[in-house]
Design a protein around this ligand. Structure first.
Ligand SMILES: Nc1nc2c(ncn2[C@@H]2O[C@H](COP(=O)(O)OP(=O)(O)OP(=O)(O)O)[C@@H](O)[C@H]2O)c(=O)[nH]1
Ligand SMILES: [Mg+2]
Length: 575
């Protein structure tokens, strides 16, 4: 027996696969339990596309009838009550039997007929009441056809009668299978039984349902190698009736379309969720890009500003060099030769006129520079903290409710809070003085190291004084050693030149050392600061990027599912 066309069967297969895939995706995307469950239900509806429910008293031959339908003796038959549980038969790749949660048995068989319809075998109608309730509430309402099996040798028993009365109100299509007609003597006996059944059914239902006299025993034999028994089995008319009744265009279409509708609704709902999520992620990403941009701008600005400020420091040295030149110019003269020999005096004058307030100037400029550096770093941290806080606030105000996956929301908020807290902590515990001291110390250590001077904890200004004075002392030392008589027109200018160039050399070296060491300290400081900020937001960046990739993947998959749904729909609607 075949109910579906090849085309319908293919569509059914495609639809099943699609909905099963979609179900897995929804689970992965943390869809709500109810949504996953309602999709599951739709898939089961598809499994039970046509549901035949077989009822009748024990020993009527219900199980035997089903075996004959399937053409294989798969269910147990017996003269005593045999089927003890409601048993649902579906198609499966291999035979299996399992107890399902509602307390009935699910049996799977690799039988073609079952891929088109599901069959419910039931215990006899005289079995316990509880089962009746289970049957009437769970299976009768879903049945496409209720097959009432009654045995020809004991037609329409009391319990069958009361059960029929019980299901009457559901308004389900019922047909009566008068089984075991092979036990009857002749046509006349058959007619008697048929009349009896008809009468009783009419009294009970107010109308007469279709009645099919069959022999399940003969039908099974006919399907398993004795074709001559097919005609007397009476199965032909009965099977034709079932097929014609189930295959009713519009109804089949609806049965195919319903689960697709559920699938379409859920893909729509979760696409929207993914879209909302993606929107938030896009804003997060643009915030992160903004931070990155800010970092680059910050670095460039700082570098430019630094060069500018350093030029100021360098100018102090140039000014001193100029004062030195003037000083030597003025002192290295023959008329002042006696003054030149007064070493102490010379040194004092040099300190007063040439070195002058250079140490204080350097000290002031460098301190200002370091303060500026520390302050900028702090401001940058504050800016970052501000961005993060903004994102958090915006998010709190903008609760998209159902539209966002709760797990995503939780993870993201947790990260934002952690990073925001960390940044805030950095800002709070920021010790400007300590930071500045550290930078100054590092710079000084670098200068003293390159100048090979042993200094304790002195200021930068003092250090410059020491170094500059050494330069002056040298100059005068050389002079003191020379013989006064030898000082002539040639010697003094030469000495003057030498003093000038030595001062120039020393100052250049000093200035260079100072600039270089400050510069390298500065660069180190900037890099550390940028890196610290970067490291603080890295977990967030990583989270956002991976969530974004994932959401994009889900979005594509849902879109594909939507497309496939509409394709299948179009095909069904063209039937
Ligand atoms: N002669 C004859 N015997 C049949 C026919 N159909 C079933 N039987 C026999 O009737 C007995 C009962 O058959 P089952 O199929 O077990 O009956 P059931 O309605 O499923 O009974 P429960 O599961 O106990 O409710 C078995 O011995 C079957 O072989 C038939 O068409 N002709
Ligand atoms: Mg049975």
């Amino acid at each position: 027996m075949k109910i579906l066309t090849v085309d319908q069967e293919n569509v059914l297969q495609r639809e099943r696969n699609l909905l099963n895939d979609l179900r897995l995706k929804l689970v992965e995307f943390k869809a709500s339990r109810e949504d996953v469950e309602s999709l599951g239900q739709s898939i089961r509806q598809l499994d039970d596309l046509f549901l035949l429910v077989i009822v009748g008293e024990f020993n009527a031959g219900k199980s035997a009838f089903i075996n004959a339908l399937m053409g294989e003796k798969l269910l147990k038959e017996g003269v005593t009550p045999t089927t003890s549980q409601i048993t649902i038969l579906r198609h499966g790749e291999s035979s299996s039997s399992s107890l399902v949660e509602e307390g009935h048995t699910l049996m799977l068989f690799p039988v073609d007929l079952l891929s088109e319809l599901s069959i419910v075998d039931t215990p006899g109608t005289n079995a316990v009441i509880r089962q009746h309730e289970e049957l009437t509430t769970h299976f009768i309402p879903r049945a496409d056809l209720v097959l009432f099996v009654t045995s020809a040798d004991r037609p329409f028993t009391e319990s069958e009668r009361s059960f029929m009365a019980h299901i009457r109100d559901w308004g389900k299509k019922v047909i009566i299978i008068l089984n075991k007609i092979d036990l009857l003597q002749d046509e006349q006996e058959l007619q008697q039984v048929l009349d009896f059944v008809k009468e009783n059914a009419h009294t009970l239902l107010g109308s007469t349902p279709e009645i099919f006299p069959v022999s399940s025993r003969l039908a099974l034999r006919a399907k398993t190698g004795e074709p001559q028994l097919w005609q007397p089995s009476g199965f032909e008319a009965m099977e034709n009736y079932i097929r014609d009744n189930l295959d009713q265009g519009e109804q089949v279409r609806l049965k195919f379309l319903n689960p697709l509708g559920v699938g379409a609704f859920l893909t729509g709902k979760y696409s929207e969720r993914a879209e909302n999520q993606q929107r938030i992620l896009a804003e997060d990403i643009s915030m992160l890009q903004n931070v990155e941009r800010q970092q680059t701008v910050y670095k460039n600005d700082m570098q430019k500003d630094f060069e500018f400020r350093m030029a100021d420091v360098e100018n102090i040295f140039y000014a001193m060099e100029q004062r030195g030149d003037e000083f030597f110019e003025e002192r290295f003269r023959l008329v002042k030769v006696l003054d030149l020999l007064k070493r102490e005096r010379m040194q004092e004058d040099f300190t007063r006129q040439v070195i002058a307030d250079l140490p204080q100037q350097v000290e002031t400029k460098v301190t200002a520079l370091i303060d500026w550096l520390v302050e900028s770093d702090l401001q940058q941290w504050k800016a970052i903290t501000g961005y993060l806080a903004d994102r958090q606030r915006e998010h709190r105000e903008n609760i998209i409710g159902e539209g966002i996956n709760t797990n995503f929301r939780y993870d993201r908020n947790r990260l934002l809070e952690a990073i925001g807290g960390e940044a805030e902590q950095v800002v709070k515990s920021y010790d400007r003085k300590a930071e500045a001291r550290q930078i100054a110390e590092n710079a000084m250590n670098a200068v003293t190291a390159s100048a090979a001077v042993e200094v304790g904890a002195i200021g930068l200004g003092t250090l410059v004084t020491i170094l500059a004075t050494t330069a002056a002392a040298d100059v005068t030392g050389i002079l003191a050693a020379g013989a006064v008589a030898a000082l002539g027109f040639f010697i003094i200018p030469a000495k003057r030149r030498k003093a000038k160039s030595e001062l120039h050399e020393k100052l250049t070296a000093l200035r260079k050392d100072m600039v270089d060491s400050l510069k390298s300290e500065f660069e180190k400081e900037i890099d550390t600061s940028l890196k610290r900020i970067e490291e603080a937001i890295t977990p967030y960046t990583r989270f956002i990027r991976s969530e974004s990739d994932y959401t994009e993947k889900i979005q594509t998959e849902l879109k594909d599912a939507q497309l496939e749904i509409s394709q299948i729909r179009a095909q069904i609607e063209s039937w």
